[in-house]
Ligand binder design. Structure first.
Ligand code: PEP
Ligand code: MG
Length: 745
C-alpha cells in the first residue's frame, strides 16, 4: 500500500517540494513515527534536509551535515542502516537546534543507494525509546529504493538552494590509468547494460517468492552444469570464478536477505537490486582488496538472476549505438570491442585491463582512447550520460559542466590541428637535418591496421604481431584462415615490406582456447619461440601459411624471445623444412625468405657476434628487453615505470646491439614502444639506429622530431654522457638538447 501511494504521489503534477512533503507525511504515518526526514546528498558532498514531517519546517534546506558528521552523515558514509532506541546517547549524535529534534529518542535511518552510490539518507524518529524491528528496517530500505529513483531522475534540482546541486546527476571527475592516448567526447554506452528494474511493487508476495526461488534454482543449476561440463575455458569462464559463484549462490545470508526483501512487498527483481545495492555499497568501501574483488562476482551473480527474472525485457543498447559512443565496461575482450561499429566509437573506460593487455593493443590499432583501472566505473554512470575520455592523462569527465566540455572540445580541436600538421608530413621523406635517412615503419597485428600505412606514410610494417589473430579468435585459426590473413596483409602493404613475427604467445598473452599452464613466473616461462620449438606443429603450420601467402614475394619472418643462437637456428630449420616440403610439392614459393631474431632477452646482448651472423636481420623488442634488463614486470604498475629505458645501462645495452649488428652488417630495427616516443626516438637515432617501428599514432610526432635533428652533435652528447654522465642524467641532457635545437617533442 505504502509503495503504491508513494508511486502515485511521485507521479502527481504538483511541484517537487510539495510532493516531497507529502511523501514524508506518508512514510511517517506508515512507520508509526512522529518524524520522517529526507536528506539529499549534494554535489559538494553535503547532506541537506530536503523535506521533513515532524521536525521544524524552517530547518528544510537550512540544516546540513557533512558525510561522516552526525548520525545522518554516518549512514551516508557507511552506506548502512542504523537503528537506535536512543539516538541522543550515540557518540556521533550531532544536535541541530533549528530542527527541534531534542524531543526524539527512537531513530532509524537508511541510506538511499543507487549503483552503490549514496544519493541521500531517509530517517524516521520517535519520541519513545523505540526498538525498530528488522522488518521495519527492511520496509524503510525498500521505501528508500523508490526515493532513489526520484532523486536519480534529477527532478529535485528544481528545488535546490541557489548555487548548489544534488549529487545524483552531478558532474564527476575520476581518474584512471591512461592506456591509449587520444581524446574522446561522447555519450556512455554500458557494455553490459544494467537491467533497469521498473517493476518494483509486488502484487502478490507469495508469487514473487516463488519467482525468486525458481530463478535462484535455475542460476544454481546453470553454474553446476558449467562446472560439470569441464569445458569452462571455452566460455571464457574460469573455474575459480564459477566456484565463487556457486559459493554465493548457496550463501544462506544472501538468500535470506533476498527473501526478506521480497517479503516487504517488492518484486523478485527489485529485491535482487536492493540486496545488490547494499552489497555494492559495502564492498566498494571495503579496504580488503580480496573483498572488493568479490564485488564483481556478486555483481555477475545478481546480473544472472536479473536476466532470468526480466531478461526478456532487456534492450540491446549496442544495436542502437549512438553517434559518439563511450563504452564503459568492467572488462572487455578484444573480440567484443571489434563487435562495435568502429566509426561510432569515441572512447573506452574500463575497470580492469593493463597497459599490455590485448584490449589496449586492439584499441590502439583502432585509434580509440582508453582509460583503465577506473574503480566502479560502471556504477558511476548511467546509459547515455555525457562523458569525456582523456587517454593521455587518464582523466574521465562524467556529465561534464558546460565550461569543462568546452575546454575539452577546444583541446580536441587543437589535437585535430596537430594531426593535420602531421598529415602534411606524410609524404616528406624522414631525413634529418644532416641528411641521415631514418626508416619509420608501423607496428600492426590486425587488418584494421592496414589503412594506417597510407595514412601515415610509414615505409612498411616493421612488426606484425601474428598472435593477435589467435588472441581474438574463439578457437585456433585454421591454416587457411592464417594464410588468408597474411595474404591480405601483404596485398594491403603492396610494395612495402612486412615483417611477420611468429606466434608470441604465453606469458601474458593467453589464448582462450588453449589450456592454461600454471607457471610461477609466466614472463620467464613457456612462451613464444620456446613453445614453437616444443610444439613444432604450431610453427610449421604458421610458417607454411606464411610461405604460401607470400608466394612470389619477399617474406620476412622473425622469432620472438630468442635467448640463444641455437634456438634461432632450430626455429630457422623448422621454416626451412617447410620451404623444402613446399618445393617438393611444387607449391609456389616466396621469391625470397629472410629470417630474423628479436633481441629482447638480455642473453643475446652477449651473443651478438653469433646471432648477427646467423640472422638476416635483428629487431629490438625494447618492451621485453627492458623488462628483463631491469627485472621489472612490464604489466605491473607498481614497478613498470621504475627505471628509465634511456638511462645509461639501457643505452649501453642498446649501443651493444647497434655495434654488434653493424660489425656483421646485419640490419637492425627497434620495434618496442621506445621507438614511438620522440625523445627516445632521437636517442635511438643518435645511437646509430636507422630503422624504427612504432604505432601509427607515433609516426607523425617522431618524424616531426627527426626532421629537426642534427645527429652529429647528438651522437657526441650521448658519447659524453656514456663516458662521464650520471646514470639518469641522459634524459635531462636530451631534453635540453631538443629544446635548444627546436626539436618538437
Ligand atoms: C617488445 O617486447 O618490445 C615487443 C615489440 O614485443 P611485444 O610488445 O609484443 O612483447
Ligand atoms: Mg616482446
Amino acid at each position: 500500500m505504502l509503495l503504491r501511494r508513494l508511486r502515485e504521489i511521485m507521479a502527481e503534477p504538483a511541484p517537487a517540494q510539495l510532493r516531497l512533503d507529502r511523501i514524508t507525511v506518508l512514510i511517517a504515518a506508515n512507520m508509526v513515527s512522529e518524524v520522517c526526514s529526507l536528506y539529499v546528498m549534494r554535489a559538494d558532498g553535503v547532506l541537506e534536509l530536503y523535506a521533513t514531517e515532524g521536525l521544524n519546517p524552517e530547518a528544510v534546506h537550512v540544516t546540513t551535515l557533512k558525510v561522516g558528521e552526525g548520525l545522518v552523515g554516518l549512514i551516508a558514509e557507511s552506506a548502512e542502516a542504523l537503528a537506535l532506541s536512543d539516538a541522543q546517547t550515540h557518540p556521533q549524535f550531532s544536535y541541530r537546534p533549528e530542527t527541534g529534534e531534542e524531543k526524539y529518542h527512537g531513530f532509524l535511518g537508511v541510506p538511499i543507494l543507487r549503483g552503490g552510490n549514496t544519493l541521500g539518507v531517509l530517517v524516521v524518529q520517535n519520541r519513545t525509546f523505540r526498538t525498530y524491528t528488522e522488518e521495519e528496517v527492511e520496509a524503510l530500505q525498500t521505501t528508500a529504493m523508490v526515493l532513489a529513483e526520484l532523486i536519480a531522475s534529477g527532478e529535485l534540482q528544481s528545488i535546490a538552494q541557489p548555487g548548489t546541486e544534488t549529487a545524483a546527476r552531478r558532474p564527476l571527475h575520476v581518474r584512471g590509468v591512461p592506456l591509449v592516448d587520444g581524446l574522446g567526447l561522447g555519450h556512455v554506452v554500458l557494455h553490459e547494460p544494467r537491467i533497469v528494474v521498473r517493476n518494483i511493487i509486488a502484487t502478490d508476495v507469495e508469487a514473487e517468492l516463488v519467482r525468486l526461488e525458481t530463478a535462484i534454482g535455475e542460476v544454481r543449476s546453470s553454474i553446476d552444469e558449467m562446472l560439470d561440463r569441464g569445458d569452462i575455458a571455452h566460455g571464457g569462464e574460469h573455474r575459480d570464478v564459477l566456484e565463487t559463484f556457486r559459493m554465493f549462490a548457496h550463501d544462506q545470508g544472501w538468500l535470506r536477505r533476498l527473501r526478506d526483501a521480497v517479503s516487504t512487498g517488492i518484486t523478485a527483481e527489485a529485491a535482487v537490486e536492493r540486496v545488490q545495492n547494499d552489497a555494492r555499497a559495502r564492498l566498494i568501501r571495503a579496504t580488503d582488496p580480496y573483498l572488493r574483488e568479490r564485488l564483481h562476482d556478486l555483481d555477475d551473480l545478481a546480473n544472472r538472476l536479473l536476466h532470468r527474472l526480466v531478461g526478456r525485457d532487456l534492450v540491446a543498447f549496442r544495436e542502437r549505438l549512438p553517434e559518439n559512443a563511450i563504452i564503459v565496461a568492467r572488462v572487455l575482450g578484444p573480440a567484443a570491442l571489434l563487435d562495435y561499429d568502429r566509426q561510432r566509437l569515441r572512447g573506452l573506460v574500463l575497470e580492469e585491463g593493463g597497459q599490455t593487455s590485448h584490449i589496449a593493443i586492439v584499441a590502439r590499432a583502432l585509434g580509440i582512447p582508453v582509460v583503465s583501472e577506473v574503480e566502479n566505473a560502471t556504477g558511476l554512470v548511467e546509459q547515455g550520460d555525457a562523458a569525456i575520455v582523456d587517454g593521455g592523462t587518464g582523466d574521465i569527465q562524467i556529465r561534464p559542466p558546460a565550461d569543462v566540455e568546452a575546454a575539452y572540445a577546444e583541446k580536441a580541436r587543437l589535437r585535430a590541428r596537430r594531426q593535420a600538421q602531421y598529415q602534411r608530413l606524410r609524404d616528406t621523406p624522414c631525413v634529418t637535418r644532416d641528411g641521415v635517412e631514418v626508416r619509420l615503419q608501423l607496428n600492426a597485428g590486425l587488418l584494421v591496421d592496414l589503412p594506417h600505412l597510407g595514412e601515415t606514410g610509414a615505409r612498411g610494417i616493421g612488426l606484425f604481431r601474428t598472435e593477435l589473430q589467435f588472441m581474438i579468435a574463439e578457437r585456433m585459426p585454421s591454416a587457411k584462415e592464417q594464410q588468408a590473413l597474411y595474404a591480405s596483409v601483404l596485398d594491403g602493404a603492396g610494395d612495402l615490406p612486412v615483417t611477420f613475427r611468429s606466434l608470441d604467445i604465453g606469458g601474458d598473452k593467453l589464448l582462450p582456447y588453449m589450456p592454461r599452464v600454471e607457471e610461477e613466473n609466466p614472463a620467464l616461462g613457456w612462451r613464444a619461440v620456446r613453445i614453437a620449438l616444443d610444439r613444432p606443429a604450431l610453427l610449421r603450420t604458421q610458417a607454411r601459411a606464411l610461405l604460401k601467402a607470400a608466394a612470389g614475394r619477399h617474406l620476412r619472418i622473425m622469432f620472438p624471445m630468442v635467448a640463444t643462437t641455437d634456438e634461432f637456428q632450430r626455429a630457422k630449420r623448422l621454416v626451412e623444412g617447410e620451404v623444402a616440403f613446399l618445393r617438393e610439392n611444387r607449391s609456389p614459393l616466396p621469391e625470397r625468405v629472410s629470417l630474423g631474431a628479436m633481441v629482447e632477452v638480455p642473453s643475446l646482448l652477449f651473443e651478438l657476434d653469433r646471432i648477427a651472423v646467423e640472422a638476416d636481420f635483428l629487431s629490438v623488442g625494447s618492451n621485453d628487453l627492458m623488462q628483463f634488463l631491469f627485472a621489472v614486470d612490464r604489466g605491473n604498475k607498481l614497478v613498470a615505470d621504475r627505471f628509465d629505458p634511456i638511462s645509461l645501462p639501457a643505452i649501453r645495452a642498446l649501443r651493444r646491439v647497434v655495434e654488434g649488428a653493424g660489425a656483421a652488417s646485419c640490419p637492425v630495427t627497434v620495434c618496442g614502444e621506445l621507438a614511438g616516443r620522440p625523445l627516445e626516438a632521437i636517442a635511438l637515432v643518435g645511437l646509430g639506429f636507422r630503422q624504427l617501428s612504432m604505432s601509427a599514432a607515433a609516426i607523425g610526432p617522431v618524424k616531426a622530431a627527426l626532421l629537426e635533428l642534427d645527429t652529429r652533435p647528438l651522437a657526441e652528447l650521448i658519447e659524453a654522457e656514456l663516458r662521464g654522465g650520471s646514470p639518469d642524467s641522459l634524459r635531462g641532457a636530451l631534453a635540453g638538447f631538443a629544446e635548444k635545437n627546436g626539436i618538437p617533442l
